[in-house]
Design a protein around this ligand. Structure first.
Ligand SMILES: NC(=O)C1=CN([C@@H]2O[C@H](COP(=O)(O)OP(=O)(O)OC[C@H]3O[C@@H](n4cnc5c(N)ncnc54)[C@H](O)[C@@H]3O)[C@@H](O)[C@H]2O)C=CC1
Ligand SMILES: CC(=O)C(=O)O
Ligand SMILES: [Mg+2]
Length: 372
């Protein structure tokens, strides 16, 4: 198979979809790998690293899109990239379609087969291609929150860990999955007073057993969430209902009752955010204020630490990538129901029910797509 990888063009995105390590493995199995010149530069890989691994370097993205059977990326294709997709092509990347009607329409129109990293599952019911980036974003969230709490950024001027005789910041993490756990660990490590909320009692029990001394757990009822949010200096939004839009757990009306200068880091923004007033921001211009509350809503947080993030993502995508390249999407998905769960769009149809429902558009199932 011809496997292509282009330079990411989303604002301030420095990750890359294929590492030279992945190229080595693809080439060893007889696949031809095409890399856009400069694609890996932001992650510390130059064209020479890819050539040595066995790739061919092409001058521009147009050439890579035109020649490849499968395109491997990091972020959702931008409008100009979507225009280059074609019917017999496979796209393997993050998509986050539930909160992105324009992209969904373009992918459907392209006729391409699109597998989204974030809805691929594993046998434990987890999301193995979202998890590494969730680890990164979770570990970054307290760091970004601490920065936003500084007065010069409009924040409340509270230091995460406090000092002798002065209380630390109160941090509330909503959602105790991968992002939430890493965020709570780091915030607690910085000395903050941390509570994590989740809707799943087994998950709360697990967190309590593992981290009981480090942070508290609480059940995510409306009343408990409100009470904790009103006392918080920093709220980290980390909920997920796979494939669907994030539930709005912090309303506009609640902002007025929060502390002036409190900060919300809404990591769930790529699924629309769990705060009614959240809208996606960029690393260039990451924060804005509404009703005295600072919002940080960068949708590609791991792009800030591209070297670490690219390596972590590359490790996780490799086994799936090899299956897709060796077998083609249809056989690979037929043999692996977890990869099939990643199929979001095929031949002009939405194939992920959660996406169809979130956008109010018609959909078929992955199994229907296999039978086409
Ligand atoms: N902004 C960014 O750069 C990045 C964003 N993300 C996003 O972060 C979000 C979280 O991802 P993960 O931690 O990997 O998901 P996860 O599936 O590991 O955890 C989500 C948790 O939310 C909980 N939850 C669901 N509804 C809830 C509610 N009403 N109240 C409290 N908890 C609730 C679930 O029980 C689960 O424990 C996703 O939207 C993901 O796409 C992930 C990486 C980077
Ligand atoms: C998960 C995701 O959206 C990201 O890593 O940017
Ligand atoms: Mg994102």
């Amino acid at each position: 198979m011809k496997v292509g990888c282009v330079r990411e063009i989303k604002a301030q995105e420095y990750r890359v979809g294929l590492t030279p390590e992945a190229v080595t493995e693809l080439a060893a199995r007889g696949h031809e790998v095409l890399i856009e010149s400069g694609a890996g530069a932001g992650s510390g890989y130059d064209d020479g690293h890819y050539k040595e691994a066995g790739a061919r370097i092409l001058r521009d993205a147009e050439g890579v899109f035109a020649a490849s059977d499968m395109i491997v990326k990091v972020k959702e294709p931008q409008a100009e990239e979507r225009a280059m997709l074609r019917r017999d092509q496979l796209l393997f990347t993050y998509l986050h379609l539930a909160a992105d009607l324009d992209q969904t329409r373009d992918l459907v129109k392209s006729g391409a087969t699109c597998i989204a990293y974030e809805t691929v599952t594993d046998r434990n019911g987890a999301l193995p291609l979202l998890a590494p980036m969730s680890e990164v974003a979770g570990k970054l969230a307290p760091q970004m929150g601490a920065w936003a709490m500084q007065k010069a950024n409009g924040g409340c001027g509270v230091l995460m860990g406090g000092v002798a005789g002065v209380a630390p910041a109160k941090v509330v993490v909503i959602g105790g999955g991968v992002v939430g756990t890493q965020a709570a660990r780091v915030a607690a490590g910085m000395g903050a007073d941390v509570t994590i909320l989740d809707r799943s009692i087994p998950r709360l029990r697990q967190l309590d057993e593992l981290y009981g001394g480090l942070f508290r757990t609480a059940y995510s009822s409306k009343a408990t969430t409100e009470a904790l949010v009103y006392k918080a200096d920093l709220v980290i939004g980390a909920v997920l209902i796979p494939g669907a839009k994030a539930p709005k757990l912090i309303t506009r009306a609640m902002l007025g009752r929060m502390k002036p200068g409190a900060v919300i880091v809404d990591v769930a923004i790529d699924q629309g955010g769990c705060t009614e007033t959240s809208h996606a921001t960029t690393h260039d211009d990451p924060i804005y204020e509404i009703d005295g509350v600072i919002h940080y809503c960068v949708a590609n947080m791991p792009g800030a630490v591209a070297r670490t993030a690219t390596q972590a993502l590359g490790n996780a995508t490799l086994p799936f990538l090899l299956e897709l390249a060796d077998k083609g999407w249809k056989r690979a998905c037929a043999e692996d129901p977890h990869l099939l769960n990643g199929l979001n769009v095929h031949a002009g149809q939405i194939t992920c029910p959660a996406v169809g429902r979130a956008l109010g558009l018609p959909f078929i199932t992955g199994s229907d797509a296999l039978a086409m």
